[in-house]
Design a protein around this ligand. Structure first.
Ligand SMILES: Cc1cc2nc3c(=O)[nH]c(=O)nc-3n(C[C@H](O)[C@H](O)[C@H](O)COP(=O)(O)OP(=O)(O)OC[C@H]3O[C@@H](n4cnc5c(N)ncnc54)[C@H](O)[C@@H]3O)c2cc1C
Length: 370
């Protein structure tokens, strides 16, 4: 079976590997480089956890984490690290949401626990906990370098027989016989998977398929050295996350909840974001080390915040719409969509057919607790 994969990010490279190792004749087309710095995977924070209150999301996350650990080795390494999320005093609705969601997560078999401020302080002395109303910790969590992961998956795909064509921007056609439109001409295939992140909507629109997808801008920075005992942390009240990185910390937020043109957005971080993130660091860990690098990137939103994964036209598939969770799900989603392309059932609830495609919707932040 000849399968074209469009996009060399975390999802496309994983799917290409999973298709190729099952015997498909895979050609992956990437308009730039694998894990391009102009796309999302090359700009992501690499935080991974299983702390989802929805059973399907929890199962996918668990599978993804297990696979990250199995695949971790020379090409990239997955570092186990607990994931803490919390609400601060006065933020009653988010505190209540955390208290309601953790028991549900435990029902799904997740290793998560509620902590009060004292327990949090005892467990993670690097955190400032005085005004914490409620916290939770997920032990099945960790981080990785997303670009290194995608490059490793591309290497494995190549070893399994896939052809990886970088520097090759393509379009797709629909109809009884799908094809990819390459600079060298049209190439007939048996199936196409569009895993082109923020560009998936435009690629499919040119082929007459409409999906409800909005790219939105987020920001991150990395600092110089600080206390290495910092866990991964999401402050739901502030809407800011952080994780250890190379002796310092990586901090993320600066979400602009509106639709962006995937070819026209400011790639550097805003001064306001950097100042706010440093202020947040002081509040979260008591220090604000010097900022070494700050940047922006795109995430993709859908009307119901669930991804779009599945067939959108005969033998044409899409995998996008991660709401900021595409890296952490890539090992599970890449495998699931590869199996779907080869004839298995898709992921219930992620089928793009649940939408007409032209829905009006507001961009909502992916990592929110509510
Ligand atoms: C600052 C930031 C922090 C983030 N942190 C996290 C995190 O901690 N955890 C997490 O899970 N997620 C995180 N995300 C989200 C994550 O980056 C994305 O969900 C994920 O990378 C999506 O992967 P993808 O393979 O679907 O898309 P992408 O990585 O965007 O890859 C799509 C690829 O398609 C290529 N392409 C586009 N058009 C064409 C074409 N016509 N022809 C050929 N190729 C084409 C692009 O060049 C690109 O390489 C973060 C994102 C940002 C910006």
């Amino acid at each position: 079976m000849r399968v074209a994969v469009v996009g060399g990010g975390a999802v496309g490279t994983t799917a290409a590997y999973d298709l190729a190792r099952r015997g498909a004749d895979v050609w992956l087309y990437e308009r730039d480089a694998v894990a391009s710095d102009a796309a999302s995977t090359g700009r992501a924070a690499g935080i991974c956890y299983d702390a989802f209150a929805d059973r399907r999301d929890a199962d996918l996350a668990r599978r993804a984490l297990g696979r990250f650990r199995d695949l971790s080795g020379e090409g990239f390494s997955f570092t186990d690290c607990p994931y803490v999320w919390l609400a601060r005093a006065g933020d009653d609705s988010r505190a209540a949401a955390i208290e309601e969601q953790v028991p549900r997560m435990r029902e799904h078999g997740l290793d998560v626990a509620l902590l009060d401020a004292d327990e949090l302080a005892a467990r993670f002395p690097a955190l400032e906990t005085a005004d914490v109303a409620v916290a939770a910790v997920a032990r099945d969590a960790g981080y990785l370098d997303p670009a290194a992961y995608a490059r490793e998956m591309a290497d494995r795909a190549r070893e399994a027989g896939a052809t990886i064509k970088t520097g090759t921007e393509v379009g797709v056609t629909t109809g009884p016989d799908p094809a990819v439109l390459t600079p060298a001409g049209e190439r007939a295939v048996d199936a196409v998977l569009v895993a082109a992140g923020a560009h998936a909507k435009a690629i499919l629109a040119a082929a007459g398929v409409t999906i409800p997808l909005k790219p939105y801008r987020v920001q991150a920075l990395v600092t110089g050295p600080t206390d290495p005992a910092v866990p991964m942390l999401y402050d739901a009240t502030a809407g800011v996350y952080l994780r250890p990185r190379g002796g310092g910390v990586l901090v993320g937020d600066g979400t602009e909840p509106r639709a962006f043109d995937p070819d026209d957005w400011k790639q550097s971080a805003d001064d306001d974001f950097v100042a706010d993130a440093r202020e947040h660091l002081r509040r979260a860990i008591g220090v604000a080390p010097a900022v070494e690098r700050a940047w922006a990137g795109l995430c993709t939103a859908t009307p119901d915040r669930d991804p779009l994964v599945g067939e959108v036209a005969d033998c044409v598939y899409v995998a996008t719409g991660w709401q900021g969770h595409g890296v952490m799900r890539a090992p599970a989603i890449g495998d699931a969509v590869a199996r779907e392309v080869l004839g298995a059932d898709g992921i219930p609830g992620f089928d793009p057919g649940r939408f007409d495609g032209d829905e009006e919707f507001a961009v909502a932040e992916g990592m929110a607790v509510e």
